[in-house]
Design a protein around this ligand. Structure first.
Ligand code: FES
Length: 515
């Protein structure tokens, strides 16, 4: 089996029974904030896109690049479609010209022509990707790979049970706006960022240890930030709180925990994988490449500047009445929302900064009051501040997922009183009837599930499944004093009270074990 690195989470898998292109991403995503790192735009995409199968793991724009798919990927390719609760991914691919779909069943092996076997695990909670994220397992001729991509399954046993895996590709770096956008003193941001960076690596080690593959490929990040306004987010400034460590940092951290089987793929690197070993060739020396990362980014910044400028020029739509349009679009959803609205529990304020930076219009999405209205000098727990033109553009393109656009762009600042509230982001990724209904239904079922099974962690008997997304706490839970941390997403719980210290709600059942 041949694995060709094509940048970020993307790779091409060639077997004797056909080729699969995964998540090709080249054009900037999220308001021209994220670019693939290292640059992959100069690869021979005509050839790479001439494949038998296409796998798009989910709809995040650094995995689903509509422009690129349309232009470069053969429409004869059969799409290996994850089993998602909504048809949005299929619909968008059909709009681009794909007509052949293999609708997979989650966690079921599908045998294709020539003995090629694939299995896709679809994760479908409202917090997984834009309502859905997935991993792809492939087997041919006794060689097995798991492209976990940036999905966070509670465990990997379903893949391990299919036989020893030879190559495991997974995310290790950050892909979120926390903590950089928070209006906090720099020292606090650094401390939170450092914690997050450590947690990302801990989670990665855990997955690697779960699967024990022969070879481990760090993929799916980090992106790079080429706009001057975001340049500081690149991990080139010696900031220990930066959440975007690159593949070379992965290799040195992995070595510290005893890892010796890491393989870095640059765009254009090729690994020939067998059941006995791997041989990898690179387009350039990998160590030298990372040693001159800053120069690479600076060169990219200059080359991509016209693309960023053109995107920025398209965002302003002064004719749009932002408050009126938000009322029209969001109020009906507030009216229908039970769980998400209750979970948010208060008003969320958006401060929109005018084009010249002089004026600020404050708009409140009032969840209890079920209305969108001007800010009324009240106390709010959650506040976002961004450029008015970004919201105008979201309205203009009728964007139904502000996480997969505004928030991932990092082109905003945020402040909150108290804990992180996942319902705020879940709501703003569900600004369509179909998505909102799905999320409401999911929380409804989730709430009703009684977690009966317990597990023993140190002196404590706790419910076995994490109240967040059901990770098995006998594997992911760590108790330090009275605090339990679930390492899947790093959420913390105060065991004596059961209170979740990370987010609103999500109480855990716990009891000090008696002798
Ligand atoms: S499953 Fe997310 S923190 Fe436990």
């Amino acid at each position: 089996m041949r694995i060709t690195g094509t940048g970020h989470a993307s790779m091409r898998i060639d077997t004797g029974a056909g080729s699969i292109l995964c998540d090709p991403w080249v054009n900037p995503a999220y308001f021209a904030s994220w670019f693939p790192f290292p640059d992959n735009s100069l690869l021979d995409w005509e050839t790479l896109g001439d494949v038998d199968y296409l796998y798009v793991s989910h709809l995040h724009r650094d995995h689903f690049d509509a422009e690129h798919l349309k232009r470069f990927v053969s429409k004869k390719a059969t799409v290996l479609l994850p089993e998602y609760p909504t048809s949005q991914l299929e619909d968008e691919l059909r709009d681009l010209g794909f007509t052949s779909f293999l609708k997979t069943k989650s966690n079921e092996v599908h045998e294709l022509d020539g003995g090629l076997k694939v299995m896709i695990q679809a994760l479908i909670s409202p917090t997984d990707g834009p309502i859905g994220d997935s991993s792809l397992w492939v087997e041919h001729d006794g060689v097995r790979v798991l492209n976990q991509n940036d999905a966070r399954p509670t465990d990997l046993s379903v893949f391990a049970e299919l036989g020893h895996v030879h190559a495991h590709m997974l995310q290790f770096s950050g892909a979120i706006w926390y903590p950089m956008v928070y209006e906090l003193p720099q020292a606090a941001k650094t401390a939170f960022g450092k914690q997050k960076r450590d947690r990302q690596f801990d989670r990665t080690w855990r997955y690697i240890d779960d699967l024990k593959a022969d070879h481990v490929f760090p993929i799916a990040g980090p992106p790079c930030f080429l706009d001057d306004e975001l340049w500081q987010f690149n991990d080139i400034h010696g900031d220990e709180g930066n959440i975007f460590p690159d593949q070379s940092v992965f290799m040195s951290e992995y070595a510290k925990v005893g890892g010796t089987n890491g393989v870095v793929l640059l765009p254009g690197s090729v690994s020939e994988l067998t059941t006995d070993g791997i041989e990898t060739t690179h387009p350039t020396d990998v160590d030298e490449f990372f040693a001159s990362k800053k120069a690479h980014l600076e060169e990219m910044r200059e080359r991509k500047a016209p693309i960023i400028a053109a995107e920025k020029a398209s965002w302003r739509h002064p004719e749009i009445d932002v408050l009126g349009e938000l009322k029209k679009r969001i109020e009906p959803l507030l009216e229908e929302s039970i769980y998400l609205a209750k979970g948010v529990g208060g008003p969320v304020r958006f401060d929109l900064v005018s084009y010249d930076g002089d004026a600020v219009e404050s708009i409140v999405v009032d969840f209890p009051g079920k209305q969108v209205r001007p800010y009324a000098d009240e106390k709010v727990r959650y506040r976002f501040r961004t450029q008015r033109e970004l919201i105008e553009h979201l309205i203009f393109i009728d964007e139904g997922d502000w996480v997969n656009s505004l928030f991932l762009s990092c082109r905003f600042t945020a402040a909150r009183i108290g804990q992180y509230n996942e319902f705020v982001y879940a709501f703003f990724k569900c600004l369509s009837e179909e998505r909102l209904q799905y999320a409401e239904g999911w929380y409804d079922e989730h709430e009703k599930t009684v977690e009966a099974e317990d597990t023993q962690l140190g002196d404590w008997t706790v419910q076995r499944r994490c109240p967040h997304l059901k990770a098995d706490l006998s594997r992911f839970g760590i108790v330090d004093g009275n605090v339990l941390t679930c390492q899947l997403h790093g959420w913390k719980f105060d065991l004596p009270s059961g209170r979740c210290l990370t987010s609103v709600g999500h109480k855990i059942r716990a009891e000090k074990a008696t002798s």
